[in-house]
Design a protein around this ligand. Structure first.
Ligand SMILES: [Zn+2]
Length: 444
């Protein structure tokens, strides 16, 4: 499913019209339980390092599962069987993505690795066949065109030691998924039919469908999730749908924003949002710096690490809540139809101290930007990036160069004085509008 501009996914719910009889609920619960069994079977077999060779693109898993005899043993309709397999495969792939990100981060932050060693590790992680053969052992396989590059990066590094390091890292960070929940299941259009004020669902007994009257007459043609609430004699159908968003009323202005660490946004009108952002961010950085060395010596899953993770998660949640609240406040106050923001440089410039650098790194990963982008999409606000070079040293009134001192910008030509960030935001707005007219179209 592709996400388009101005569209977002929403979940629509449908409910049963009358209480679901206990005997029907029992049949539904049985499907949910079987799906759980199938998912855990897939997790167990393919969730570890050994499964890596089989999960992409997944035919192997599908074939092996077909031959496993599990479906016949459970008596589960194939629609539920295969959807559970795909669902589980999706979870396994997410675990891999997550594990790889963690490993990449550790490689980046490991002071004992030289630049060449880091380069080697990044290279082999990028080349999936190479990565696989290092993890599962066996002969090194390289895709066409990669052999030369591989030979070059191997020169001067201890590949044996680095491969061991990589294996250790992956083992540490790759969690095998498991589920104890059997509160529902996924069904695709082949497994249901809307009719007679309700929905007919494929059941385990062959050629029998269970009819459930619904409170509405809407019909959908997508994968839906059937959630069971046996104690309330209720089911809920969760239907993900793509919706086009429209502007809420009155969102029509144009805003230029300066973005920074000390406060999230300053508008071209000089209004400030997210002034406490750095406090939240520093709390996390301090926490990590003070607690991390102790817990790194301990092995995983010990109480110290759990406590550390819980503490860090709590601080991150506070920061995320703050960011979300401030973005909402900004959008509700400014009511923009278009927002211009400066395009960030790809890498931060050197020269910051360690703490600020770590903070900037996290900031640059674009958490705020991605939240802003999502919230703009939900409200159909256009978000435009403008060319950012020299944007803080230019006068937003006349375009001449000026100087910044103690947070104030002074123009050498027209003598305008403005808070530094507000001047930047003014330039963002101006560049945005100019590029819209095509004057600076080439500079983006
Ligand atoms: Zn000026």
């Amino acid at each position: 499913m592709k996400e388009h501009k101005n569209t977002i996914y929403k979940t629509i719910y449908q409910y049963n019209q009358v209480p679901v009889p206990a005997s029907d609920m029992k049949r539904l619960l049985e499907i949910a339980r079987d799906c759980k069994v199938v998912k855990n079977y897939v997790y167990d077999r393919y969730g570890g390092i050994g499964g890596l060779l089989k999960i992409y693109p997944g035919y192997t898993v599908q074939n092996e599962m077909t031959k496993s005899g599990l479906r016949e043993k459970l008596g589960l309709p194939s629609i539920y069987f295969y959807l559970s397999i795909f669902d589980a495969l999706g979870d396994i792939k997410s675990q891999w993505t997550y594990a790889k990100k963690r490993v990449e981060k550790n490689i980046r932050n490991n002071p004992n690795l030289s630049a060449e060693e880091r380069h080697y590790l990044r290279f082999v992680m990028k080349q999936s066949q190479c990565f696989e053969s290092i993890l599962v052992g066996g002969e090194l396989k390289l895709a066409d065109g990669w052999s030369e590059g591989y030979a070059a990066i191997c020169a001067g590094v201890d590949t044996h030691r680095l491969d061991q390091y990589l294996r250790r890292q992956v083992r540490r960070h790759l969690d095998k998924p498991h589920t104890d929940a059997a509160e529902g299941f996924i069904v695709s259009p082949k497994g249901y039919r809307y009719a007679d004020h309700g929905i007919y669902l494929t059941m385990k007994e062959s050629r029998k469908r269970l009819f459930i009257p619904l409170t509405d007459n809407n019909q959908y043609k997508t994968q839906i999730y059937v959630r069971l609430c046996p104690d309330k004699e209720r089911i809920t159908l969760n239907i993900p749908i793509e919706v086009r968003q429209r502007h809420p009323k009155g969102y029509s202005g144009k805003s230029g924003l300066a973005m920074g660490l000390n406060c999230m946004f300053v508008t071209d009108q000089g209004r400030v949002y997210g002034e406490k952002y750095l406090e939240y961010q520093s709390a996390i950085t301090d926490y990590v710096r003070e607690r991390l060395p102790r817990h790194q010596r301990n092995s995983r899953n010990n109480p110290g690490k759990k406590k550390y993770n819980a503490g860090k998660t709590r601080l991150e949640k506070m920061m995320h809540d703050y960011v979300n609240a401030e973005i909402n406040r900004m959008l509700e106050t400014e009511k923009p139809g278009v927002i211009y923001i400066p395009k960030f440089p790809a890498k931060s410039k050197a020269g910051f101290n360690r703490r600020v650098n770590a903070t900037i790194n996290m900031w640059q990963k674009g958490f705020i930007k991605s939240r802003l982008s999502q919230k703009c999409r939900e409200r159909s606000i256009e978000l435009v990036e403008v060319f950012g070079k020299g944007i803080s040293t230019q006068c937003s009134r006349c375009g001449a160069d000026g100087v910044k001192e103690d947070g104030v910008f002074r123009c050498s030509a027209c003598k305008m004085e403005l808070p530094e960030r507000q001047n930047t935001a003014g330039n963002v707005l101006r560049r945005g509008q100019e590029s819209k007219k095509g004057i600076e179209a080439g500079s983006l």
